[in-house]
Ligand binder design. Structure first.
Ligand code: SF4
Length: 430
């Protein structure tokens, strides 16, 4: 487990939605698990569609959902949307501070402000006061290019930029980093002057390496919790790499308290990938199945790619216990690589052999693998929930056959329907 940077803690939500804690470790608080956020892709004023989308995202595991409120008709829809949903909602406000006031009035659970486009101090003060009265936090999101005017900003940017250049911080973007820190210092002063500390900070960039440098610098200078993200990361295929490169780099250094992965795609993927990142780094207790699958190679004789996708989908719907399931292409490396899995299937020559905690329970033709695997997972989950089986308990050790000996790949032997006898794949009860 990585040591988390101690921060102030903020609370998002209420009794109806459940309260999501973000950050912690200072002022007697305990660090909360890193939460996963996303944002709706549709129009907020289309109430029914917006509610449906929010509920889908909550069902996928989103801890917090953000909606854009660019117009009055969007904030007018908020009260009904809040009425029909049960996950904390953040109103994303750009350009007009009145949208923030209207959103607070409607009962939203958090406001996101962009210092780049709400700059007037009186307007910011009005939003701060409204949030203070309502007891809700604000995220200050300084993306590249967000600027608030002040006389000495340019001077501060130059000072910091030169300092960062000298220390090789921020690479070729040292001046940009200087500008972001200068803007953030200035904006946060408005909040501090009004004694409002219920704030989270983000400083997203499109560049993964710069994102890491910027958040690290912000983490040294501010004790507010940090909302991590790579902005405009692009389509899922490349955006995933860009986002995970930056977020994993920061999280493993203890920086980051809530994340949003952003894709030009269905936001459900943002939630799924955000959660998987938390599980992979051990930052959250896994909920649902952990799927292990081999990449396949020349030994494969079933359509493993299709099988893995189908297994993933079916198990996500049917299994809630964190069962480790392995889908392996053959018995050569499969048994060794699937060691530790609660349920495993080894495929080959149009058949699949299924093990539950190392004990073989079935040998079925390819077209029956999916249903049988699902059935075995369901039975195993029932046993786990009834206390009759324990997750991760290794009751049987599987010793794989020698792949270059007379056993070959084992494919022919699987076809014979008795892999243990024919291949020498031994099951040693412990
Ligand atoms: S488990 Fe078998 S099919 Fe899959 S990659 Fe390993 S050797 Fe190849």
């Amino acid at each position: 487990m990585f040591e988390r940077r101690p921060t102030r803690q903020i609370r998002v939500g209420n009794d109806k939605t459940g309260v999501v804690l973000i950050g912690g470790g200072l002022e007697g608080t305990t660090p909360a698990p890193v939460s996963v956020q996303t944002m709706t892709a549709g129009y907020t004023y289309e109430i029914d569609k917006c509610v449906t989308e929010i509920n889908r995202l909550a069902a996928a595991g989103a801890d917090v959902v953000r909606v854009a409120v660019p117009e009055r008709k969007d904030t007018e829809a908020l009260a009904e949307i809040l009425n029909q949903t049960s996950v904390p909602i953040v109103a994303d406000v750009h350009f007009h501070f009145k949208r923030a006031l209207e959103a607070v009035e409607a009962g939203v659970h958090k406001i996101r402000l962009n210092p780049g486009n709400i700059q007037d101090r009186d307007q910011v003060n009005a939003v701060i006061d409204a949030c203070k009265d309502a007891g809700i936090p604000i995220r200050v999101g300084v993306n590249e290019g967000s600027i608030i005017e002040r006389k000495d900003k340019e001077q501060r940017k130059q000072e910091l930029g030169k300092f960062f250049e000298k220390g090789n911080i921020g690479g070729k973007n040292a001046m940009l980093l200087g500008l972001i820190i200068a803007k953030l210092e200035e904006y946060m002063d408005i909040f501090y002057e009004r004694d409002f500390r219920d704030v989270a900070i983000s400083c997203k960039s499109m560049d993964a390496a710069f994102t890491v440098a910027a958040y690290k610098e912000v983490s040294k200078r501010f004790d507010e919790p940090l909302h991590l993200g790579v902005t405009h990361a692009g389509p899922k295929e490349t955006g995933a790499i860009r986002s995970i490169a930056a977020l994993a780099g920061l999280l493993t250094q203890g920086v980051g308290d809530t994340v949003r992965i952003s894709y030009a795609n269905d936001p459900v993927y943002e939630v799924e990938d955000g959660l998987e990142l938390m599980y992979s780094l051990g930052l959250r207790e896994r909920e649902g199945v952990e799927l292990i699958a081999c990449p396949t190679c020349g030994r494969i004789q079933v359509d493993l790619f299709t099988l893995v996708q189908e297994v993933r989908q079916k198990l996500a719907d049917a299994i809630t216990a964190p069962i480790k399931v392995a889908v392996m292409g053959c018995v050569v490396n499969g048994p060794g690589e699937a060691e530790g899995a609660d349920v495993a299937v080894f495929a080959g020559n149009k058949r699949g052999i299924i093990y539950v905690q190392g004990e073989r329970v079935a040998n079925v033709p390819e077209h029956e693998i999916l249903d049988r695997l699902l059935e075995e997972c369901t039975i195993f989950q029932r046993k786990v929930l009834a206390g009759e089986a324990k997750l991760g308990e290794k009751v049987v050790e599987i010793v794989p056959p020698d792949p270059i000996g007379e056993l070959g790949s084992g494919i022919d032997k699987i076809a014979s329907g008795n892999v243990e006898k024919a291949t020498g794949l031994t099951i040693n009860k412990t």
